[in-house]
Design a protein around this ligand. Structure first.
Ligand code: AGP
Length: 608
């Protein structure tokens, strides 16, 4: 996620802004910049790279004003480079803006502003905001920002300074967090508490669509209708370490709790007036109809997302799909050519096995579509088409929110292909899109019910081995549930197709063996009931994950029933993985494992 900071007071702003941005580095970023009010001009210094590069660039500049804004950018729209870095300035140079979030209607606003004569320098959605505020600015910055945010769709946390206002700057937010630090003769804004803890522990938390006018000795807050809002001061007693995790004990839990927001960021901008609109993908109907088979190639969690993708794309778009581990694909002399589409999935966009598999496929003439979380990463740059998952930086080694958004991206691709090929009717298409849009709320509900999962984990963290079983999409899901448990709790685990147990593995089930059954697929429900009875008869303890509607029946046969809202079976994996992630997390915490940095593992495997 991007990081925003702002300062107004008696001190020189630049070093305060830089040090505050350093406290937000843990959020992940690829470029940085500041804008400082210097006597009667705005000085903007920004560049690609780490804060050290910005400090070096600042070293040669005279930047001594005492009001400014700063930004660390996690790229979503536009490659990481100097031009796309924030702050962005309006054409007249009078308005500078820093932004965290995604403006979903930026193309429409960009066209409107270009028609008004505004010239754009960058590829970002943010630049629209700088020109829009200038367009509305008639001498009152708060009013101009208010009118502008009322035209924005999407998520934003904004810091805005103006060349004509030497005694205040403005902040606003919707969906992306923003706090106001209240000092003595100085005030701050920041995306997160760590940035201002050394200056003050008294803050206002800005609510959605609130606008703040911040001067040295005063902070006034308004709603988006212009009415002043009274705020309670909140005193922060966190230490810095817990503040970086926004109060969560681990980044992994924080990232699981970000799933509703990042799913919204990934899905909503791509569903417009009942249609899937995939930015970054240029595959027309003729090209689609010429595809004989799709290969999905990835590693680890991304591979497990690919297995779900196979079921979805085949069911909706009726195109045969083969899923490969990247480390196998690149050496097996794959039968692949220009009649194939290869979908590469990678959170980091740097996994070496996956990158080399991409090159192998390209060498053989296949078209490449990648699903990546890091803008401008090696895999993104070498692909013909890229659909970004806007999950923000994933700090914990165990992938969670990235997996949910990878699934969402695969569903969007399957719906887009199915709609282009006419393999599903309009009804099914709109029903599934509605289901996708409801998913963030469904996951929100699951997160509120985490205590049952936490309790069950506390009873089973000493397990020697845990089996995950399911059928169809639930089998694909079980693969990821099992990996999550293994990689952070170090407990042996296997994912098994429910129908396959009787062919050998059931010999391992004995008294007290924990079996996690994923049961979200209505059509295979009865078959899974038989599997539960099979393992129960051998002494297993059974935890089921299923839709709310199935709880009464499953309570009769299982030891623990964890429910998700009554989502359609087809989209269930995107929600049903969350209880599995939480279960793995709480087991690992009870075992005292290093949850965010498990032994032997790296966040991005850039070596073979
Ligand atoms: C998953 O929790 C692991 N961190 C690992 O399996 C990971 O998914 C795999 O290394 C692929 O990484 P990528 O998505 O960045 O390519």
């Amino acid at each position: 996620m991007c990081g925003i900071v702002g300062y107004i007071g008696e001190k020189t702003a630049a070093p305060i802004l830089i040090n505050a941005l350093k406290k937000l580095e843990y959020r992940g970023y690829d470029s940085a910049g500041i804008a400082v009010f210097n006597k009667d001009e705005l000085k903007v210094v920004k560049c690609k790279g780490r804060l050290a590069a910005l400090e070096e660039k600042l070293g040669n500049e005279v930047v001594d004003g005492n009001i400014g804004i700063g930004h660390t950018r996690w790229a979503t729209h536009g490659e990481p480079n100097d031009i796309n870095s924030h702050p962005h300035i309006s054409n007249s140079g009078s308005i500078a803006v820093v932004h965290n979030g995604i403006i979903e209607n930026y193309m429409k606003l960009k066209k409107f502003l270009e028609a008004k004569g505004y010239v754009f320098a960058s590829d970002t959605d943010t630049e629209v905001i700088a020109h829009l505020i200038e367009y509305h600015y008639k001498g009152d910055l708060v009013k101009a920002v208010t009118e502008s945010i009322n035209e924005l769709e999407g998520s934003y946390a904004l810091g805005v300074i103006c060349r004509d206002c030497s005694d205040q700057f403005v902040a606003a937010r919707k969906d992306s967090p923003l706090i106001i630090g209240l000092g003595q003769g100085e005030n701050f804004i920041a995306s997160d508490i760590p940035a201002i803890l050394e200056h003050t522990r008294d803050i206002y938390i800005l609510e959605d669509k609130e606008i703040a006018a911040i001067s040295r000795n005063n902070v006034r807050i308004y709603n988006n209708y212009g009415a002043e809002v009274k705020k309670e001061v909140m005193h922060v007693n966190w230490d810095v370490a817990s503040a970086e995790k926004s109060g969560f004990e681990h980044f992994m839990l924080k990232e699981i709790f970000e799933e509703p927001k990042v799913l919204k960021n990934t899905i909503n901008p791509r569903i417009k007036e009942d249609n899937v609109v995939l930015d970054g993908i240029n595959i027309n109907v003729d090209e689609l109809n010429s595809i004989e088979k799709i290969f999905i190639v990835a590693c680890g969690t991304a591979y497990h997302a690919g297995v779900v993708g196979k079921y979805i794309i085949e069911k909706l778009a009726k195109i045969p799909v083969e899923v490969d581990l990247a480390s196998e694909f690149r050496y097996r002399d794959p039968l692949i050519g220009n009649r194939n589409l290869v979908i590469i999935i990678s959170q980091s966009g740097e996994t070496i096995d996956t990158l080399f598999a991409l090159r192998e496929a390209k060498k053989r003439g296949a078209k490449i579509l990648s699903i990546v979380n890091v803008v401008g990463s090696s895999i993104a740059r070498e692909s013909d088409n890229v659909l970004y998952t806007w999950a923000g930086p994933e700090i914990a080694v165990a992938s969670t929110k990235a997996y949910n958004t990878q699934l969402a991206a695969l569903y969007l691709i399957a719906l887009d292909f199915a709609s282009k090929k006419g393999t599903i009717d309009a009804n099914t298409h709109s029903k599934l899109m509605e289901e996708l849009k409801q998913l963030p709320d469904s996951i929100e509900k699951i997160l509120q019910e985490k205590k049952d999962i936490q309790k069950f984990a506390s009873q089973h963290y000493n397990a020697k081995s845990i089996f995950y079983i399911g059928r169809g999409l639930d089998y694909a899901l079980s693969m990821e549930g099992s990996l999550k448990l293994k990689e952070i709790s170090y407990i042996h685990s296997e994912a098994y197709a429910g129908g396959e147990l009787k062919h050998g593995t059931i010999a391992l089930i004995e008294d007290g063996t924990l079996v996690v059954c994923s049961m979200t697929q209505d059509a295979l429900f009865e078959k899974m009931i038989s599997n539960i009875k099979e393992v129960k008869a051998r002494g297993a303890v059974v935890m089921v994950i299923t839709q709310e509607r199935n709880k009464p029946e499953l309570q009769k046969v299982a030891d623990m029933v964890i429910t998700i809202p009554d989502v359609d079976s087809l989209v269930a994996p995107i929600a049903a993985i969350t209880p599995m992630q939480l279960f793995a997390y709480y087991v690992a915490v009870h075992k005292g494992c290093d949850v965010d940095k498990p032994r032997n593992l790296a966040k991005s495997v850039t070596v073979e």
